[in-house]
Design a binder for this molecule. Sequence first.
Ligand SMILES: [Ca+2]
Ligand SMILES: [Ca+2]
Length: 98
Amino acid sequence: MQLMIQTFHKYSGNEGDRFTLSKPELKELLVTELGNYLGNAQDKEAVDKVMGDLDSNNDGEVDFTEFIILVGALTVACNDFFQDQKDKQEKKKEKRLQ
Ligand SMILES: [Ca+2]
Ligand SMILES: [Ca+2]
């Protein structure tokens, strides 16, 4: 959690309000921190979409509460992915044993 707060503030302080992420700040955070996970984060439409999804009060900035929702969603997505992989591996193992 500490890491999330540090990451948020590393980018939120670049311009405008120090405690919220503007679109360019959000983009930089996504590309730099999550580039490996979001292969198309460079894509302007993808950034627009993430921004639109996160900015629940539509003020054009992502505050920390809104940011935590992204982190939560990504954590769930990763968890589902690894759970899927594990299930597949276990199924393979079962097949081999039969
Ligand atoms: Ca800012
Ligand atoms: Ca907002």
